[in-house]
Design a binder for this molecule. Structure first.
Ligand code: SAM
Length: 239
């Protein structure tokens, strides 16, 4: 998979080359390009923003800089992702969709965001998603790109040491994952639940499913409401 990011703060994307993502690059599983938007400016100040039409506070990123930048970076097979708090929510399902793409291009907004015509124009040539990583407002799109790329890359074949761990994570079956424990058996008077030490895998699976159901009902009842019909069996409904 090829990942390109266009930003006015290329150094903000340095963590893409660290830890799990860095190893994926070293092993040739992903190719990452980070591009300084100011390379497409032509004035001495290298300005990328201008005052908004209609007035109001803040500045808007200029289309005549973003347009040529995306023309050059996107190529033939790109899916363009534009982080914005006004976008559709980024979810695990969308992460799986992105993981199946050949080329993802991210356009990092700053200030009040990017002139809407940049997004509308790109959408005439390629799939474009405006996505939000949550109901809060960041200063720029770079942190959102780090979040999205990490969620996507860990789903690529060969990236995680044990691919089963991604299959069992929160959201894969529509529920939050329950609690996890490791050694020692008792720590600060708190014991690991007996059943996890029983070696009885049928009971352990049931216990994990019950804790996942409980946790989801308590913290994210919206997820239970969104489960497809028939997802819960009789034992689930008893929880
Ligand atoms: N005026 C915009 C609004 O109210 O929708 C907010 C712009 S925000 C200050 C600047 C940039 O930060 C956005 O263009 C986007 O790239 C990024 N950003 C902020 N919050 C975000 C979020 N929740 N998800 C994704 N990107 C976000």
């Amino acid at each position: 998979m090829k990942i390109d990011v266009v930003t006015i703060f290329p150094e903000y994307l340095d963590p893409l080359r660290a830890a799990l993502l860095g190893r994926a690059i070293d092993r040739g599983l992903i190719e990452v390009g980070v591009h300084d938007l100011r390379n497409w400016t032509h004035d001495v100040h290298r300005a990328v923003d201008d005052a908004p039409y209609g007035g109001g506070p803040g500045m808007v990123m200029k289309p005549q800089i973003w347009g040529p930048a995306l023309d050059e970076v996107c190529g033939e097979r790109a899916r363009l992702v534009v982080p914005t708090p006004a976008g559709k929510p980024f979810t695990q399902a969308l992460a799986h969709e992105y993981a199946a793409e050949e080329h993802l291009v991210f356009a990092c907004g700053r200030y009040e965001g990017i002139d809407q015509r940049v997004i509308d124009d790109a959408a005439r040539r390629m799939p474009v998603d405006e996505v939000s990583i949550g109901d809060y407002v960041l200063v720029g799109g770079e942190a959102a790109v780090l979040v999205v790329v990490e969620a996507v890359v860990r789903l690529l074949p060969g990236v995680l040491g044990n691919p089963v761990s991604a299959e069992q994570d929160s959201f894969s079956d529509g529920l939050l994952e329950g609690p996890s424990y490791t050694r020692p058996e008792v720590w600060r008077d708190l014991a690991v639940p007996e059943v996890l030490r029983s070696g009885n895998h049928r009971l352990i699976d049931r216990w994990r499913r019950d804790r996942a159901l409980e946790r989801t009902a308590e913290r994210r009842p919206d997820l239970l409401d969104a489960l497809p019909e028939g997802s819960l069996d009789k034992a689930d409904e008893a929880v």
